[in-house]
Design a protein around this ligand. Structure first.
Ligand SMILES: *Cc1c(COP(=O)(O)O)cnc(C)c1O
Length: 348
């Protein structure tokens, strides 16, 4: 099976497993986990923040930022298609009592003026506009990278209005590799950042929240409350350190593979690629299906019989993601399978 469902499916490499086995361990809740502390220091240095916190998932990293900043009744401004709205189980409402003001905009991006317009007047009727979340890369938007100037302008609009600005940076390193820039080009404009080690970076588990010492101290308490404080988590932190040392530069390979896959898909009858192959920004390829190919779930089920796994991201929309465990050769094979699944005599 060539698994293009997500970049979360990667298995730790042999070298990563060895790094995990060699890691010195302690008890992170008791405050003496050397490998977790090393990872947290490495992440703060990379992202240019005062502090960082290792957490089990990207969802927890985002939700700790929200819980640490917002009060019940507060409002978070975010793109309508953002991960915190669609894929975090309603957690902003459930865990922090917040509502979200959704913004529209192409491919997950929006403009400074939209943020200014979304800010509520301070009036007893209104929720308090408290936080702005910018997703980079933007998942549902197509693996979109925020242009730095637009990103800086939107973040500045948020901060000027007194908002806490947070990056949902599950794939921030993909954005940085795509633009060949340091993460601080984005993070210098914001107050907190979440990053995932378990996506393109290829670690089995783990994410981090980075921000000020004050924010991270609050988040550490809520991590305990949410059940995410871990003990000999240096085993996992070692995998994340290895990923940061060895799997960042190679994200460019995933991006090249995604573009190659998009070039194949653009040629297959009945599949409508979103944008042109050269516009595929990072490691995700999205396309929609002609009516006669059935629904996205039906198409993905058919594709599985040709040994390619993908996931439906809408009634007729399919997502494919490249990662550490798919080679350029796999992409050629996947392309042949996708062609076969799209052209086999079938159904409606
Ligand atoms: C994957 C992802 C997350 C976090 O997901 P977890 O599965 O909880 O680690 C957060 N934001 C975005 C944009 C993501 O793609």
């Amino acid at each position: 099976m060539i698994d293009l469902r997500s970049d979360t499916v990667t298995r730790p490499t042999q070298a990563m497993r060895e790094a995990m086995m060699a890691a010195p361990l302690g008890d992170d809740v008791l405050g003496d986990e050397p490998t977790v502390q090393a990872l947290e220091a490495k992440i703060s240095a990379l992202l240019g923040t005062e502090a960082a916190l290792f957490v089990p998932s990207g969802t927890m990293a985002n939700q700790l930022a929200i819980r640490s900043i917002c009060e019940p009744g507060d409002e978070i401004i975010a793109h309508r298609e953002s991960h915190i709205i669609h894929y975090e189980t309603g957690a902003p409402a459930a865990l922090s009592g917040c509502m979200i003001a959704p913004l529209d905009g192409p491919r997950g991006l929006f403009e400074p003026e939209q943020v200014r317009t979304a800010i509520r007047n301070r009036d007893q009727h209104n929720p308090v506009s408290r936080m702005l979340v910018m997703e980079n890369t933007h998942n549902k938007g197509g693996g979109t990278v925020w242009p730095v100037a637009q990103f800086a302008a939107v973040a500045a609009a948020g901060r000027d209005c007194g908002l806490h600005v947070h990056i949902d940076g599950a794939r921030l390193m993909n954005a940085c590799v795509a633009l060949n820039i340091a993460p601080t080009s984005f993070t210098q404009h914001v107050d907190s950042v979440s990053v995932c080690f378990s996506k393109g970076l290829g670690a089995p588990v783990g994410s981090a929240l980075a921000g000020s010492t004050k924010l991270i101290a609050r988040a550490r308490r809520f991590r305990k409350m949410f059940g995410g404080a871990m003990r000999q988590s240096g085993l996992l932190a070692a995998a994340a350190i290895h990923a940061l040392d060895h799997h960042v530069v190679r994200l460019a390979d995933d991006h090249a593979n995604a573009r190659a896959l998009a070039r194949f898909i653009a040629e297959i009858p009945g599949l409508m690629l979103e944008g042109t192959p050269d516009e595929v920004p990072t490691n995700m390829v999205f396309f929609s299906l002609d009516q006669r190919l059935g629904t996205a779930s039906e198409f993905c089920a058919r594709l599985a019989r040709y040994h390619v796994a993908a996931i439906p991201m809408g009634p007729r929309r399919v997502r494919m993601v490249t990662h550490l465990d798919v080679s350029a050769t796999d992409i050629d094979a996947a392309a042949r399978s996708i062609h076969a699944a799209a052209t086999e005599p079938h159904t409606a």
